[in-house]
Design a protein around this ligand. Structure first.
Ligand code: 26Q
Length: 835
C-alpha cells in the first residue's frame, strides 16, 4: 500500500462485488426501498404523488442492475473483443423503470413489495419523466437498438449528449402549438452515474500551424483553443433476463477550469465566471429537426463535442489494452453513425490518429475507413446536412484542414476513374460551391465509411438510384439495406400487458426474444373464442386511452368508435393534411345527410411541429379548428370525433398503440425513409392504411395484400405525374373534394380568424405541390370507406388484426441488430464469467 501525492490510498486492484447477488424477492425489494426512502432520501411520509417514492424504487432496482452492469463490463474488458460505439445526437429513451423491471424479471415482485405498503406500481411508473432526448423516429430507433443489443448480448455502447432540456413540451393555446422547455432533470435522474474519471477535453477555435518534430517530421499544432470539458454520465441498459447490462454514455459540457485565471487576474472576476456559460451552453438544448433552417453554430459545436469526446473515450479504452500501437484499432472498434449528425467523427478520428498518435495519413485513413459505418435516414434532398465552410474555419480550423485533404485525395481518385469528367467532380465534391461554400456531411460520411445503409428496402434502393447514385456507382459494395424495427419488449410486452398475457397463454413466452414466434398465432385467426378475447382486450385498451384523452383534453370518445390514429412529427410529407381533409369530408357527408351507413370514427392526430416550421404549425391549428367544429356539432356526436392529442411523446405512444385500430401511414410515396410507428401499430393489431412508402412496403408483403389497406400513387407514378400535375382539375372533377375545398375556402373553420388557412388551401391547389396531396385524395377517401366496410364485419376485422400481429415478427429490432451484426459489425456476444 502506498500513499500518492494526491493523498488517495492505492490499494492495488481489488475486485469488489464478490458478494452474492441481491435477492430478487418482494421482501428484499421492500427492504431496499425502505432503506433508500428513509435513510438515503431522508423522507418519512409516503404520499402517492411524491417523486421520492419513484426514486427509492429506482434505487432498489438500480442496485440489482449495478451488479450485472459491473459483471458485464468485467467480462467485456477481460475478453477484449471487438465492440461498437453507436454515435447519435439523439436517444429518445422515454421512461426506464417499467422496462428495467421487466428486463430484470422483477415486475411482479416489485409490485407485491409496494402493495404491502399500500402503493400501486402503476402510479410509481407514472411519476417518471420521459427522457425525451430526441426528435422522433431516429432518436427512438437508437433507444430500441440499445434494448435489442443488450438482449442479444452484443457489446455495443451508445454515445450521446445529456441535454439539459430535451424535446420541448407542446401546449395548445387557441389551437396553436406553444413550446415550453422540458426540465426533465429538475427532480434528478436517478438512473445516471456520473463518471468524472473518464472526462475528456474537447477543443474549439484557435488556429493551426506546422512545425518540425525531433525526428524532422512535419506536424500540425492546433493552438490557442477554447477547451471544454466533456463529463460522461452512464445509464444502464439491461438485456431481457440475461444478466447483461450495457451502457448509454451521455456527455455533459463543463468549463475546463472553474474560472478563467487570466481574466480573473485582469480584474474581470464576474466575466470569468460568466464565461463558464459559453462552455456549458453546448449541451443545454436538443435541436429540433429543421435541417432546412439556417445553420446554428451551437448545433455544430454539439456534433463535434459528441464525436470528439466519444472517439477519445474509445481510444482511451483501446490504449488501456494495447498501448499506443493503433494498428489493430479497426479490428477492435466500429463506429455506427446515426445519420450525418455525428459524421464529423470521420475527420476527428483522422486528427486524433495523426496529431496525437503520430500515425501517417495513409495508415490513419485506412484505419478510419475500416472503422466508420453510416446510416442514412432521409430521402429529402433539402434535409441533407451541410455546414458553411466559414463556420468550420472559425470553430474547427484543424478539422477543416483535414476535410480539405480528404476531398483533394478523393477528387484525385475520381479524376483517375473518370478523366475529364468535371461535372462529376463538381457533383461529388465534399464541398458545395457557391456564394457560401458548404461541407456536404453525407458525402463526408460516405467517403469515410466502409458501409452505407438505408433503413427500409425501398429507401435503400431509392438512395442508390437517386441521392447517392454517383457514389453507388463508384463503390457499389458499400451500399446496403437494414430495415428498421422496434423492440417488442417495450412496444408489446410492456405497453400491452393484456395482449401479452393472451399471446403467452396461447404460444408461450418465446416471442419476447424471438418475435417470429408470433407466427404461431396465425392458427387462431379464425377462432371465434380467441377473436372475442382479442377484441375485448382492444376494447379495454381503447377505454384506457379514452380516459387519458378525456383527462388531457376534456373530450369524451365513445369507445365503440373506430379508433383511427396518426401520431408522428408534423411534416408536410407525412400529410396530416390529407387526414384532416378526410375528416372534413366525413363531416360534410354527415351534414348533407349521407351518413346512414357510416361507421362511427374517432380520428386521433398527434405530433409536434418544429418551432420554426410555419406550415407544420399551421396544420396543427387547422386540425384543431376543424376538430372544434366537428366536436361541438350535435349532428356529428355519434358519428365522428376529431382529436388533436397534445404533447405526443414516447409514453403517449405506449398508451396509444395498444388502442389503435387503424394506423395512418400516408406519406407521399418516396418520402418516408422507413417509419417505425407503423411497426408498433401493426404489432399491436392495428390495420394499416398506407401508401407504398418506406417500410409500409415490407409490412404489406409480410401481412399480405388482403390485410393491408393500400392507396395512393407509387413512387414511379408520382415522378411521372410531376410537371403535368393539375390539382385544380382534380378538385373540379371530384364532387366530394370540391365540396371540401369550398368549405375551407368559405372560411367555415375560421370564421373569426379570416385568411389564416389560405396558405393551406393554396398549397393543395399548387401544381408544384411536392406532396401531391390532391393526387391521392380520391383513393384515400375510397380506401377509408373500404376500411369502414371491413370494420362492420367484426370477424373479418379481428382476423385481419390477429394476422397483423402474427406476421409482425420481422419488425423486431432483434432482427435488425442481427442484420447489422452479420453484415457490418461482426461482434461476438459477451460471455459472462461464471462464478
Ligand atoms: C439536423 C440538423 C440540425 C438540426 C436538426 C437536424 C435533425 C434532427 C433530427 C434532422 C433530422 C432528424 C430526425 C430525423 C428522423 O427522425 N428521421 C426518421 O428516422 C426514422 C428511423 O430511421 C425513419 O423511420 C423515418 O422514416 C425518418 O423520417
Amino acid at each position: 500500500m502506498s500513499v500518492r501525492s494526491d493523498e488517495t490510498i492505492d490499494v492495488g486492484e481489488i475486485e469488489l462485488l464478490q458478494a452474492p447477488d441481491l435477492p430478487m424477492t418482494a421482501d428484499a425489494i421492500l427492504k431496499d426501498f425502505t432503506h433508500y426512502f428513509g435513510r438515503m432520501l431522508g423522507r418519512r411520509t409516503i404520499r402517492t404523488k411524491s417523486p421520492f417514492l419513484y426514486q427509492a424504487v429506482v434505487y432498489a432496482a438500480r442496485d440489482r442492475l449495478m451488479e450485472r452492469w459491473n459483471k458485464t463490463r468485467m467480462a467485456a474488458e477481460r475478453a477484449d473483443t471487438r465492440r461498437v460505439s453507436y454515435l447519435s445526437l439523439e436517444f429518445l429513451m422515454g421512461r426506464l423503470l417499467r422496462n428495467a423491471l421487466l428486463n430484470l424479471g422483477i415486475e411482479d415482485e416489485t409490485n407485491e413489495a409496494l402493495q404491502r405498503i399500500g402503493l400501486d406500481l402503476e402510479d410509481v411508473y407514472d411519476r417518471e419523466h420521459d427522457a425525451g432526448l430526441g426528435n422522433g423516429g431516429l432518436g427512438r430507433l437508437a433507444a430500441c437498438f440499445l434494448d435489442s443489443c443488450a438482449t442479444l448480448a452484443l457489446p455495443v455502447i451508445g454515445y450521446g449528449i445529456r441535454y439539459r432540456y430535451g424535446m420541448f413540451r407542446q401546449h395548445l393555446e387557441d389551437g396553436y402549438q406553444v413550446e415550453e422547455p422540458d426540465p426533465w432533470l429538475r427532480e434528478g435522474f436517478p438512473w445516471e452515474i456520473e463518471r468524472y474519471e473518464f472526462a475528456q477535453i474537447v477543443k474549439f477555435g484557435g488556429h493551426t500551424s506546422t512545425y518540425r518534430d525531433a525526428q524532422g517530421k512535419t506536424r500540425v499544432e492546433w493552438a490557442d483553443t477554447h477547451d471544454v470539458l466533456a463529463i460522461p454520465y452512464d445509464i444502464p441498459i439491461p438485456g431481457y433476463q440475461n444478466d447483461i447490462v450495457n451502457t448509454l454514455r451521455l456527455w455533459s459540457a463543463a468549463a475546463t477550469d472553474e474560472f478563467d485565471l487570466e481574466e480573473f487576474n485582469a480584474g474581470g472576476y464576474t466575466d470569468a465566471v460568466a464565461s463558464k456559460n459559453l462552455a456549458e451552453n453546448i449541451t443545454m438544448v436538443l435541436y429540433p429537426n429543421t435541417a432546412t433552417e439556417e445553420a446554428h453554430e451551437l448545433r455544430l459545436r454539439q456534433q463535434y463535442f459528441l464525436a470528439s469526446a466519444s472517439l477519445q473515450d474509445t481510444l482511451r479504452n483501446y490504449t488501456s489494452h494495447h498501448g499506443n500501437d493503433v494498428t489493430t484499432f479497426a479490428d477492435k472498434h466500429c463506429f455506427q453513425l446515426n445519420d450525418t449528425h455525428p459524421a464529423i467523427a470521420v475527420p476527428e478520428l483522422l486528427r486524433l490518429l495523426i496529431d496525437e498518435f503520430h500515425v501517417d495519413w495513409d495508415e490513419a485513413w485506412d484505419i478510419t475507413i475500416r472503422t466508420m459505418a453510416y446510416t442514412n435516414h432521409t430521402l429529402l434532398p433539402e434535409a441533407l446536412e451541410t455546414w458553411p465552410v466559414s463556420m468550420f474555419r472559425r470553430l474547427l480550423p484543424r478539422i477543416l484542414d483535414i476535410i480539405y485533404e480528404i476531398n483533394a485525395r478523393f477528387i484525385e481518385d475520381i479524376s483517375h476513374r473518370w478523366p475529364g469528367d468535371n461535372d462529376r467532380i463538381r457533383r461529388m465534391s465534399l464541398i458545395q460551391e457557391g456564394s457560401e461554400p458548404a461541407i456536404r456531411m453525407s458525402y463526408l460520411a460516405i467517403v469515410g465509411s466502409f458501409s452505407v445503409n438505408g433503413v427500409a428496402a425501398l429507401h435503400s434502393k431509392l438512395l442508390t438510384e437517386g441521392l447517392f447514385r454517383d457514389f453507388a456507382e463508384l463503390w457499389p459494395h458499400k451500399f446496403n439495406n437494414k430495415t428498421n424495427g422496434v423492440t417488442q419488449r417495450r412496444w408489446l410486452a410492456a405497453c400491452n400487458p393484456k395482449l401479452s398475457a393472451l399471446i403467452t397463454e396461447k404460444i408461450g413466452p418465446a416471442w419476447i426474444t424471438e418475435l417470429a414466434e408470433l407466427k404461431k398465432l396465425e392458427k387462431f385467426a379464425d377462432d371465434r373464442e380467441f377473436q372475442k378475447e382479442w377484441s375485448s382486450i382492444k376494447l379495454a385498451n381503447k377505454q384506457r386511452l379514452a380516459k387519458d384523452i378525456e383527462k388531457k383534453t376534456g373530450l369524451d370518445i365513445p369507445t365503440g368508435m373506430l379508433f383511427d390514429v396518426q401520431v408522428k412529427r408534423i411534416h408536410e410529407y407525412k400529410r396530416q393534411l390529407l387526414n384532416a381533409l378526410h375528416a372534413v369530408h366525413l363531416y360534410d357527408r354527415i351534414q348533407r345527410g349521407d351518413s346512414a351507413d357510416m361507421v362511427p370514427r374517432a380520428i386521433i392526430i398527434g405530433g409536434k411541429a418544429a418551432p420554426g416550421y410555419v406550415m407544420a404549425k399551421n396544420v396543427i391549428k387547422f386540425i384543431n379548428n376543424v376538430a372544434r367544429v366537428i366536436n361541438s356539432d350535435p349532428a356529428t356526436r355519434d358519428k365522428l370525433r376529431l382529436i388533436f392529442y397534445p404533447d405526443y411523446n414516447v409514453s403517449a405512444m405506449e398508451l396509444i398503440c395498444p388502442a389503435a385500430e387503424l394506423s395512418e401511414q400516408i406519406s407521399t410515396a418516396g418520402k418516408e425513409a422507413s417509419g417505425t410507428g407503423n411497426m408498433k401499430f401493426m404489432m399491436n393489431g392495428a390495420i394499416t392504411i398506407g401508401t407504398l412508402d418506406g417500410a409500409n412496403v415490407e409490412i404489406r408483403d409480410a401481412v399480405g395484400a388482403d390485410n393491408f389497406l393500400l392507396f395512393g400513387l407509387t413512387v414511379d407514378e408520382i415522378n411521372e405525374r410531376r410537371g403535368q400535375y393539375d390539382p385544380q382539375a382534380i378538385i373540379e372533377a371530384d364532387e366530394d373534394f370540391h365540396r371540401v375545398m369550398r368549405l375551407l375556402g368559405s372560411g367555415f373553420f375560421n370564421h373569426f380568424e379570416p385568411g389564416i388557412f389560405d396558405s393551406i388551401t393554396q398549397s393543395i391547389r399548387e401544381p408544384s405541390d411536392p406532396w401531391m396531396t390532391a393526387a391521392d385524395f380520391r383513393s384515400f377517401v375510397d380506401t377509408q370507406k373500404r376500411a369502414s366496410e371491413t370494420y362492420k364485419d367484426r370477424e373479418r376485422w379481428m382476423r385481419m388484426s390477429i394476422l397483423n400481429t402474427a406476421r409482425s415478427g420481422q419488425f423486431s429490432t432483434d432482427r435488425t441488430m442481427r442484420d447489422y451484426n452479420d453484415d457490418i459489425w461482426n461482434l461476438s456476444p459477451i460471455q459472462l464469467i461464471k462464478q
